[in-house]
Design a protein around this ligand. Structure first.
Ligand code: NAD
Length: 318
């Protein structure tokens, strides 16, 4: 039986990934500061602990591990990452986790190490035009991410690549673009646009507030497609970095309109000042298709219907 460790197994993508690995027959150890928020972990063993602590990383990475997925990061949506208030924590916490991970994964001979980087590494200057953002993998340099979160991810990518080059650590690097779906944060400040918009629409009476002019564009990837991409990358010989995102770009105002339509509501959109990140961002999946044979299957509308229904059920529980 293959053995995997998932760092960040209490988080949104990590908890879904643990379930996927279990369904594929793996033995899984999850590690996180906290248990998953919305359902019990599927992991065989779940260690609650702080991965900034080298002693913990030393303890949880033992010999005989086939795959390690490093998803733990100090992270959140635009309200958390782009306000600037959390920059020191975001950089310091995540860098510490990654430094311990490469060191101990190498020492314990982990078979393959997956690292989740982000579309936030792409330079601001290529994302000024909301109708034509550029996010091909080779456009990352000269670097100019619009957040310290993006700079830390870029540093971490380079750290994993350096351990690969100098020590032969077997790595896989993915750049996730806005992953969404049920069982992710939907209130409290760490939620991202899809969940925040679904909540606002579900709770909205006659109007909803949208940060910025709403003309900023994004694409959103459904969680099941994300996991397919992660597994395709792990099965391939390509080390990346490779985009794992959707190419179905939409403006935030239009997305709010789509969600209102799903809800069967007529709501006025009230655009207010707020953190919004780059003007435009969309995945570019040419390399993913060529190197790992992956492209997402779910439409934005289908995925959002699932998220919306889940959030309505969560609201009903409160
Ligand atoms: P998440 O915040 O739900 O999960 C991250 C998990 O890491 C959390 O459960 C958190 O408790 C844990 N963690 C943070 N610091 C820790 C520490 N010191 N010790 C132990 N655990 C710690 O985020 P997610 O959406 O599941 O994202 C997973 C990964 O994918 C992250 O690295 C994130 O940066 C990356 N990513 C996500 C997206 C997205 O749209 N969700 C986009 C790009 C990149």
């Amino acid at each position: 039986m293959k053995k995997a460790i998932v760092f960040g197994a209490g988080g949104f993508i990590g908890s879904h990934l643990v379930r996927r690995l279990k369904a594929e027959g793996y033995w899984v150890r999850g590690v996180d500061l906290k248990q998953p928020a919305f359902s019990a972990t599927a992991a065989d063993e779940f260690v609650v602990g702080d991965l900034r602590d080298r002693a913990l990383v030393d303890k949880v990475i033992d010999r005989g591990i086939d795959e390690l997925y490093q998803l733990a990061a100090d992270m959140g949506g635009a309200g958390y990452l782009f306000s600037g208030d959390n920059d020191a924590a975001v950089m310091h916490n995540s860098a510490q986790i990654n430094l311990h991970t490469v060191e101990l994964a190498l020492e314990r001979g982990v078979g393959k190490v997956f690292f989740s980087s982000s579309a936030c590494i792409y330079p601001k200057y290529n994302q000024l035009n909301p109708d034509d953002p550029k996010c091909a993998e080779d456009s990352a340099y000269p670097a100019d991410p619009d957040s310290e979160y993006g700079w830390e991810k870029l540093f971490a990518e380079r750290l994993y690549l350096a351990f690969h080059k100098n020590h032969g650590l077997n790595i896989r690097l993915a750049r996730f673009h806005n992953v969404f779906g049920p069982e992710g944060p939907w209130q409290g400040g760490k939620e991202k646009a899809p969940a925040a918009l679904c909540r606002k629409v579900a709770e909205g009476k006659d109007q909803i507030e949208i940060w910025g002019d709403g003309l900023q564009t994004r694409s959103f990837l459904y969680i099941d497609d994300c996991l397919d991409g992660v597994r395709a990358l792990m099965h391939s010989t390509f080390i990346g970095p490779v985009n794992i995102g959707s190419e179905e770009m939409i403006s935030i105002n239009d997305y709010a309109g789509m969600i209102a339509d799903i809800a069967g509501k007529s709501l006025k959109i009230n655009n207010i000042p707020g953190p919004q990140g780059v003007r435009g961002r969309n995945s570019d999946n040419r390399l993913a298709l060529e190197k790992i044979g992956w492209n997402p299957k779910m439409t934005l509308r289908e995925g959002t219907e699932r998220l919306y229904n889940w959030i309505v059920a969560e609201i009903a529980k409160t």
